[in-house]
Design a protein around this ligand. Structure first.
Ligand code: PFF
Length: 451
């Protein structure tokens, strides 16, 4: 627990929380959450999602933070430092691999946000503009050069923050961007809710329809909670290792997950009421943010301005999350292969660029290439959030609950008595991590497999 002087790290709780919320709040909240709600029974999905976030996922976040701060390294190194076993260290390698997969498709969507931000600044979505947003989106993403150039810009921006380091790059950017992001999403939500006819959208978000719930919906809610809270990808382990030794991990985890959930609901309120106000189908799927919303903006008073605000929000949310994914891979390379930050970041960037280009092209020229009926983009998304993140999280909770042991856990969450956190709260979380979390993850995965 002596990181404060040796490693680059966060200067205090606020920096740590800003960076963690920066990672958690992302495309998952603004782009994925609203369309999953749309496809999976509205508020019933939200309730299941809330339950998983609070009862299962926040304790898992604490488990990851404990591994990172106690293990003092990137995921593989932390596991190794705590267990002395290469087998456990390979869980960290799995996490690094997961981040690479996520970042490959995430960066492509990040590129789309840049394109749409530029379009909105050029007033393409102003009130009264004539627009065929579905074919414009289809044409853009299925092209080759355009989306790749935007993806490269997005990846280069992300890489630049990583090159600047943890305190000067990640922490500084997050402290500035996160408050801006909250203000932006609140502005868009207020506009959306005050449109005539928006009540239907609020009803859709907040009135549960339990008849739609089946094991796939439950898995989607759990997968989304993991994805949104950035679990099972080693990210919390990595940021945990940058956390000051006297910081209150449990409190930070609850603040981060509360803010993330609040943000997802705000994003729902920013999007659904407007979609309903203009009589558009909410079950549009992944195209919701890029196809449906431009259609909404052109019909909305001052739509041009709100388009800029919305796509700026989407871009900022995407880049702060991409930064955390990039950092996991770069930190892992630095520590496992003893590379400089510069070399590791360049190598990370090159791998992401290679895979990301394939993801991007899978929307167009490579769309015929499918595995299990999914193109590369959808495959990476599905495998990372519904398989790898759950698997890694299962291993994380088994490690903390059964290998690390309760005393070590309690010592870490109370910062050796320096953090104001009752041991009883730590003990409850420990039992959730030891028994409830593995059971829930296991049961849900099983129910989908045997279906
Ligand atoms: N939580 C991010 C989002 O909701 O968009 C995605 C993400 C970031 C997942 C970082 C995993 C991760 F390590």
């Amino acid at each position: 627990m002596s990181r404060d002087n040796k490693r680059d790290g966060f200067s205090g709780s606020f920096g740590m929380i800003a960076a963690t919320i920066g990672s958690a709040v992302g495309l998952g909240n603004l782009w994925r959450f609203p369309y999953l709600v749309g496809q999976n029974g509205g508020a019933a999905f939200i309730l299941i999602y809330l339950f998983f976030s609070i009862v299962i996922c926040t304790p898992i976040m604490v488990a990851e933070l404990v591994i990172g701060r106690r293990g003092q390294g990137a995921p593989a190194i932390s596991f190794f430092n705590l267990s002395g076993s290469r087998k456990w260290a390979s869980v960290g390698i799995l996490a690094m691999f997961t981040c690479i997969l996520i970042l490959s498709f995430y960066g492509v969507v990040g590129g789309w946000t840049i394109k749409y931000l530029v379009n909105s600044v050029c007033l393409q979505y102003r009130e009264g503009a004539v627009l065929d947003s579905a074919s414009a989106f289809g044409q853009f993403v299925s092209g080759s050069g355009g989306p790749i150039v935007h993806f490269l810009i997005f990846t280069a921006l992300t890489g630049a923050v990583i090159l600047a380091g943890v305190t000067k790059g990640i922490e500084r950017t997050s402290k500035f961007m996160m408050p801006v992001l909250f203000v932006l999403v609140v502005l868009v939500a207020v506009r959306s809710i005050t449109l005539p006819g928006s009540a239907e959208g609020l009803k859709y978000l907040f009135k549960p329809d339990f008849s739609q719930i089946d094991s796939n919906v439950v898995l989607a809610a759990l997968g989304q909670a993991f994805f949104s809270l950035s679990l099972g990808a080693g990210m919390q382990i990595t940021y945990g290792s940058y956390t000051r030794s006297d910081d209150n991990i449990i409190q930070n985890a609850f603040i981060s997950s509360f803010s993330d959930t609040l943000f997802a609901i705000l994003a729902g309120c920013a999007i659904m009421p407007a979609v309903f106000a203009f009589g558009i189908n909410p079950g549009e799927g992944a195209g919701l943010a890029f196809v449906t919303l431009p259609q909404v903006f052109v019909q909305m008073p001052m739509g041009g301005l709100f388009a800029i605000l919305f796509f700026a929000t989407l871009f900022l949310a995407a880049i702060t999350s991409a930064i955390s994914l990039f950092e996991v891979v770069t930190a892992s390379m630095m520590e496992i292969w003893k590379m400089t930050r510069r070399k590791a970041a360049l190598l990370t960037g090159s791998i992401i660029v290679a895979l990301g280009c394939v993801c991007s092209l899978s929307q167009g020229v490579l769309s015929g290439f499918t595995v299990f009926g999914k193109n590369v983009f959808d495959l990476f998304d599905y495998v990372s959030s519904n398989v790898l993140m759950l698997l890694t999280s299962l291993l994380v909770v088994l490690f903390v609950g059964w290998r690390l042991k309760k005393e070590a856990f309690l010592d870490e969450v109370t910062a050796g008595g320096r953090a104001r956190m009752p041991r009883s709260v730590g003990a409850v979380l420990f039992y959730i991590i030891k028994y409830a979390a593995p059971l829930v993850i296991f049961a849900i995965v099983l129910s989908v497999i045997i279906k």
